[in-house]
Every structure is written in C-alpha cells, then in structure tokens.
Design a protein around this ligand. Structure first.
Ligand SMILES: Cc1cc2nc3c(=O)[nH]c(=O)nc-3n(C[C@H](O)[C@H](O)[C@H](O)COP(=O)(O)OP(=O)(O)OC[C@H]3O[C@@H](n4cnc5c(N)ncnc54)[C@H](O)[C@@H]3O)c2cc1C
Length: 305
C-alpha cells in the first residue's frame, strides 16, 4: 500500500498539466508550512526566524519543467538576485538549485553560461551553491557539470543519493575534489535496474556513504529526517573524533521542527532547506510520496499561516 501511494504521488509529480494548473492557481498552499513563500522577499521573514533560532538555511527557488532559454535565464537571474539579497540582508543562508531549472534539458551551453554567472556572484559573496541531484537519467550529466565547475570555483557542492547502485563509485570518483557533499536517500521513482528497491538496503548504503565521506575527511551534510541515521552519525563522529565543524545535519523546512531545534541545542550544525516560489507542485508531490501524512499538514497550510 505504502509503495502504491509513493508511486502514485511520484507519477503525479511529473504531470505538466497539473503543474501548470497549480501555478495558475497560485494560492498559499503550504506556504509558511513547507514552502517559505511565493517569492524570496516573502521568505526572508521565515529565514530570519530560523537564523534567530540558531538554524542555518539553504534556499531553493522552486522550478521544474523549464522548456525555453528565456525561462532558464529568468531562473538564473532570480538565483543571482537571491544571492545578492542574502548578502545584503546578512542572512545565514546558502543556495540550492536544479540543473534542469537552468536549462539542462534544453542546451548544455546554456547551463554552463547560467552556472558561470551564478557562481561568479556566489564566489564574490562566499555563498555556497549546492546542485540538487535529480533523477538517475540526469545524474551523470549533473556530476560532470559539478566536476567541471569544481576545478574553478570553491563555493559549489552537490548531492549523492544512497538509493543508487552507482553512488559508492561516484563518491570514490569525487573524492579527488575533496567536495562538500549533501548525502540523501533519494526522492525520485527509479527502477530496480539502477536503485535498491528495498528500503533496508537504501538505509545500509546511506550509512556506508556517510561513513566513507566523513572518514575521507570531507565536509558532509547528512540530509535526513530519520532518527536512525542521525543517531548513527552521532555515534560514528564520536567514535572517530570527527569535529562538529566537519559535518552538518539538514532537514526540509516544516519537517521535524522540534528535532531541528534539539540538534542545535546539542551543539550540532543544522541547516534547513527552504523552498520558495509559485512552482511548488513537483516539490510538494515528492514530499507527499515520502510521507502521505504530510497531506493533512499541508492542507492545514492552505487555510492558516
Ligand atoms: C535538506 C534536504 C535536501 C534534499 N535534497 C535532495 C536532492 O537533492 N535530491 C534527492 O533526490 N532528494 C533530496 N532530498 C530528499 C531525500 O532524498 C529523501 O527523499 C527524504 O529526505 C526522505 O528520506 P529521509 O531520509 O528523510 O527518511 P525516510 O526514509 O523517508 O523516513 C525514515 C523515517 O524518518 C522519520 N521521518 C521521515 N520524515 C518525517 C517527518 N516529516 N516527520 C517525522 N518523522 C519523519 C520516520 O520515522 C520515517 O520512518 C533532500 C532531503 C533533505 C532533508
């Protein structure tokens, strides 16, 4: 039943007509609950509140299904504006973005142009830009882009997903760059040809890559809401005397807020992923796929702030 629900929401997440309808509808669905706001200025309030509670942030301008050079350039301009705003407002925030939103499905040259413009500004303000990982078909392209830019820029990082068979090898390959990596279990619908079908295997691989990356001496963001993975990390860092400056926990905005604050109290660095923008549909559906009880939570968000 759980698998059917997950597959259903992941299927819906790719529906372009529903995505368009959601954008036209706009509204305040989940805004202030799992999405910061419909634009960056309206998200600043939420980011400041999080910062005041000792939580760091990474913001993501929501946007999928980019189909023209023009939209990809608009997304790039939005990202640059956000980085400038973070610097001017003195926010404790990084930026996350998707290569598809910069034009990955349209033209490689366009992505390189857009990324160069973004990273030039990020480098100037010392603001980390993390390339989110998307579905497996785009994984190699995204890693190639990351590796190219990593040779020229410091403030760039990316994500590896524990559910993919290839991830252990990718981590070995990326090690030469001493990268800052966000490690996640993986959010897309993948076939058993490329990803572990059983959750227990995903969890084991997640532990394995957390250990590998930390013991390689690299900065590691452990992005999960799973207590078992958080406890595993706490034990591991204690055993290997890994300083708290070498890793951080990350969670999504609106999820497990009490745990986020507890981790800060315990002295760990905690970063909250705050998405914003009116293209919230795909993000929202993936969150429902992970945890259908988010439905009730989000429906509440439609009626209250
Ligand atoms: C900051 C961040 C960035 C991410 N970036 C990417 C990315 O770039 N690419 C990508 O593919 N995926 C990304 N993800 C999503 C990720 O891959 C997982 O799909 C998502 O985090 C769900 O897996 P999980 O590890 O949190 O726990 P799950 O395996 O979903 O759940 C394990 C257990 O954790 C607990 N739990 C989970 N969620 C909740 C909740 N909301 N409230 C209470 N308990 C809960 C429950 O006990 C549950 O049984 C990101 C996730 C985070 C947190």
């Amino acid at each position: 039943m759980q698998v059917i629900t997950r597959d259903f929401f992941l299927y819906l997440s790719k529906n372009k007509a529903l995505n368009r309808a959601a954008q036209n509808w706009g509204g305040n669905i989940a805004a202030g609950k799992i999405v910061g706001g419909l634009d960056f200025p309206s998200s600043i309030k939420f980011i400041k509140e999080l910062n005041e509670e000792g939580l760091s942030v990474t913001v993501d301008h929501l946007g999928e299904f980019v189909t023209s050079h023009e939209i990809a350039r608009e997304r790039t301009a939005e990202c640059i504006q956000t980085i400038e705003n973070i610097a001017v407002q003195g926010l404790d925030s990084q930026v996350s973005l998707k290569m598809t939103s910069l034009g990955l499905d349209i033209d490689k040259k366009l992505v390189y142009e857009n990324m160069t413009r973004i990273l030039d500004i990020a480098e100037k303000h010392h603001i980390m830009v993390t390339i989110d990982m998307e579905d497996e078909q785009r994984c190699q392209k995204i890693l190639d882009i990351f590796k190219d830019f990593k040779q020229r820029y410091t403030y760039i990082s990316t994500v590896l997903q524990a559910y993919l068979y290839r991830t252990e090898d990718d981590m070995k390959d990326l090690n030469q760059y001493n990268p800052f990596l966000r490690l996640v279990k993986g959010a897309y619908k993948e076939s058993a040809k490329v990803a572990f079908p059983d959750k227990a295997d995903v969890d084991e691989n997640y532990k394995k890559i957390i250990k590998m990356h930390l013991l390689n001496g690299n900065y590691t963001a452990i992005a999960t809401h799973d207590d078992a993975m958080i406890d595993y990390t706490k034990k591991l860092v204690k055993e290997h005397h890994i300083p708290t400056t070498q890793f951080e926990f990350q969670m999504l905005y609106g999820m497990r807020t009490a745990t986020q604050k507890e981790l800060v109290k315990e002295g760990y660095k905690m970063r909250v992923y705050v998405p914003y923008g009116n293209d919230w549909y795909g993000y929202f559906m993936r969150r429902l796929a992970e945890r259908p009880s988010n439905i009730a939570f989000a429906l509440k968000g439609m009626t209250q702030k």
